[in-house]
Design a protein around this ligand. Sequence first.
Ligand SMILES: Nc1nc2c(ncn2[C@@H]2O[C@H](COP(=O)(O)OP(=O)(O)OP(=O)(O)O)[C@@H](O)[C@H]2O)c(=O)[nH]1
Length: 678
Amino acid sequence: MAGRRVNVNVGVLGHIDSGKTALARALSTTASTAAFDKQPQSRERGITLDLGFSCFSVPLPAHLRPAPGAGPEPEPEPRLQVTLVDCPGHASLIRTIIGGAQIIDLMMLVIDVTKGMQTQSAECLVIGQIACQKLVVVLNKTDLLPEGKKQAAIDRMTKKMQKTLESTKFRGAPVIPVAAKPGGPDAPETEAPQGIPELIELLTSQISIPTRDPSGPFLMSVDHCFSIKGQGTVMTGTILSGSVSLGDSVEIPALKVVRKVKSMQMFHTPVSSAVQGDRLGICVTQFDPKLLERGLVCAPESLHTVHAALISVEKIPYFRGPLQTKAKFHITVGHETVMGRVMFFGPAPDSLDREPVLDSFDFSREYLFQEQYLCPGPDPAAAHAAKADEKAGQVLAGRCPQQQWALVEFEKPVTCPRLCLVIGSRLDADIHANTCRLAFHGVLLHGLEDRNYAESALPTLRVYKLKQKHGVVERVLDDHSVIGRSLFKKETNIQLFVGLRVQLSTGELGVIDSAFGQSGKFKVHVPEKKRETPKTSEMRRDSPETSEMRRDSPETGKMRKDTPETSQIRRDSPETSEMLEPCPRPDREPPSPHAPLRRLLRPCPWHRQRCQGFCGSGLGLAGGTHMMLHPRGSSSTRPPATHLSTGGRFLGGPAASWPGPHLVEDAVGGLWSRAAQP
Ligand SMILES: Nc1nc2c(ncn2[C@@H]2O[C@H](COP(=O)(O)OP(=O)(O)OP(=O)(O)O)[C@@H](O)[C@H]2O)c(=O)[nH]1
C-alpha cells in the first residue's frame, strides 16, 4: 500500500482548443484511465468530451509542511500530488465543466495567447468565481507569436487579463506564458513544451491545502465507471466529504444499490483508505457499469432524492435579461443537470437587511413573493425586475434585499447532498451568441423529498404577496375613531379583519375595531389623537373635488382591483415605507396574524392547479382615493395622498414618526397577505 500523499485538485478550464489537454499532458507524469481524450469519440472528434484526470507530484513545498511538533510525524519524503482535472471546452459540455469545477481546489484558466478571452473562457471564469478559491491564468501557444514581438505580445495580453480579473474575486491572480505543444498537432513528439517547470513552480507556490475532514458521511462524485475482467466494476471519482476504507458498504443512491468496497486505488496505487479531496477508484462486485456513467456514491442512506428544493440564490451579473418566476432553467445540482422551474422570493419587508443565512432555511419566517429576482445597482435587468414586481404590487421602496431565495421544482428527481452548489443556466441559448448562459447560482438549503411536496410541504412555506386597496373615511366619530367604508363588501364578515392595521393619508395609523352597521362599513381606532381641522369636512366624500377625481380617474377604479397602478402609487407615496414598519400599538396585541385571512386569499395563478393556492395573493382592504394619484412633490394644493392600509399582521411606523396631524377622507389599503392553505 502506498503511503499517504497530500492531494490537491487543479482544474484545467478554458475555451475550446485553447490547449487544455495538451497542457495537462505536458504537466502530468501519471494518467488515470480517463485522461488525455482517451475515449474513441474524443479522438475521432478531436475534442475533449469528458473530464480527464491525470497527475504529477512534487516534493511537498515548505509552506505546506506542518510546523515541527504540530500534527503527525511527517513522512521522510512527503510529496504533493497535483491531480489535474481536464475539463472539456466545447460550449455544449458546460454541465460537465460545472461538475468538474466543483471538485477543484485551484483553477488554471487556459487562454490561447493569440486570441485572448473568448466566450467559454468567460463562462469558465464565472464558474471559477462560484466554485473555486484560487486562479492561475495560463497564456498558451506562445510559440505562435512572432519571435521579435513575443515578449511585447505576452506583456500586452498579461495586462489585458489582469484588467479582466480586476472586477472578479481573482483580482491580482498570476498570469504565466507557456507553450504546451509548440508547433501544434503536427510537431514531432520530441518537441519539448515550454514554460512547464515555471508553471509547476508557480502552481506549488499558489496551492494551499484545503482543510480535509475525514469525519461526516462519505460522499464521492463518480465521473467514470467501467468493468475489469475478473475483478469487478470500478468507479473513479473524487471524495467530496468523509472517508472510506476497504470493506465499507457504499450506496449508489440513484439506483438504491448498496455494495461492499472490495479494493481501492489512487492513480494505480492500491490504498486501504481515502479521505475528502482524494482522487480514488473503488472496485465493487456484482454491479453493471452500464447503469452508472457519472453520479454520486455515498455512505448508505446519507443522501436524499429531492423533487424540489429551496435554494439561496444570487444572479450571475453577466447574465443578460431578468430571472423570472415561473421560468425554466437547466439546474445543475452537484453533478446532475435537470430542468427546473423557479419561483423567486425575498425577505419580508421588515427584514430586508438581515444577514444572509447559507446553511439552513427558516420555515418560521415570512417571505415576500417576487415576480423576478431583484438586482441591485444599475443592472439593466434590475429596472425590469423592479417594474415587474412593482406591477405585481411587490414594491420594496427601491431596496434590494440582502438575500433572495427560490423554490426550484425539478422535472425529474435529483439525488444530492444538503447544502450543495446549485447553478441555473440557459443551456439552450445560442452558443455562438457571445452571451453568458449561466444565470444564477446558490446553495441548496432544503430539499423536498416527498413527491407530493406541493400538498405536504409547500403550505408550510410562508410566502406572501403584498396587496393593497383603497378605502374611504366616511366620518369622524371622536378624537380616536372614524367610520370607514369601501373596503369591504356588504356580505364580508368584517370580524375577520378586526385588529388589522390601516393607515391614513396623513400618516396616522389605526386599527380596525369592529363592523359598523350592515353595509360593509367599519370602525377604525386611531390611537394618536387626531387634530380637528376644517379640512376634514372639505374632504368628505361628497366634496366636489373628491367626486370629480373619482369620476375622472380611470386609475382609481383600477387601483381597487390591485392593478399595476396600485403599486405605482405605493412607490410614489412617501407613506409607503411607513406601512411596512412595525406597528406601535402596545395596548393591543394583533390577533393571530393570518388565520382569519386564509379563507379570503385567492390562489396564486402559478400554483392554482398544483397546490390550490400555495402562494395565493391576498385581498386588499379599503377603497380608492383621488389623493393617491398625485405623485410626490406634486404642486397640487390638495392634501397628500391618503393611505389606509391593513396587514395580515401589524405593520406601521413608530408612533414618534407618524407624520400628519390631519385625519383625511380617503385612504389606501395594503395587505401583507399570507399564502393560502389548500
Ligand atoms: N502551436 C501550438 N499549438 C498547440 C499548443 N497547445 C495545444 N496546441 C494545439 O491546439 C489544438 C487544441 O489542443 P487541445 O489540447 O486539444 O485543446 P483543448 O483546449 O484541450 O481542446 P478541448 O478540450 O476540445 O476544448 C491541438 O491541435 C494542439 O496540438 C501550443 O502550445 N502551441
